[in-house]
Design a protein around this ligand. Sequence first.
Ligand SMILES: [Zn+2]
Ligand SMILES: [Zn+2]
Length: 218
Amino acid sequence: MTILDFLFPKKCLECGRAGKYMCIDCLQKVPISPEICPICTEFSFSGKTHPRCLGAQELNGLITAWRYQGVVRKSILALKYRFASDVSDELVTKYLKVISNISKGILAPIPLNRKRQNWRGFNQSEELGKRVAQKLNLKFVPDLLIKKTSTLPQARLTKKEREKNIRGVFKINPRYQLLSAAYYLFDDVWTTGSTMKEACKTMKRNGAGKVWGMTIVR
Ligand SMILES: [Zn+2]
Ligand SMILES: [Zn+2]
């Protein structure tokens, strides 16, 4: 037991039962996300982009586990605080039991605005992505993408505004040369996907072979 166990006793973030941040009962209530094509959002086996939807610069598929609800949503919200590294450990362990196995590739998190990163203290998609990469034996490259300009937070914008707001904001870190390997672009939440799609375009224009989106929830 550490001092943190006294300050933040481990209990379910939804129902308060002691033991885990996500108890089995609450976790079972969170709907599993259906496997969807990231372009048309219709069902697609394993989340692979339909051949008819796949343009040259589009995502090759989307890996995600749950809908953004219940105890999973509470866990993701709890990650905004620095002490929540235990929460991310539990979340990632459960996440990997839901998604299908990946064995090879490079995982790159979606970068935040520098401004927002400082305010939060850390980048939670980087934190989660690092754990996912470690457990799946993927190569983790946290600084593959660079966000060029300070954009407005996407959350309050409409789908159209989001696409406009994000256009042209990513570039590839000049330290890296993209390969024909499989890349996994990681973020905690998939909402409209406009950020992920824009990052994917930048990567494919710069030589990336396959780019999959990967999120905990949508
Ligand atoms: Zn519970
Ligand atoms: Zn489709």
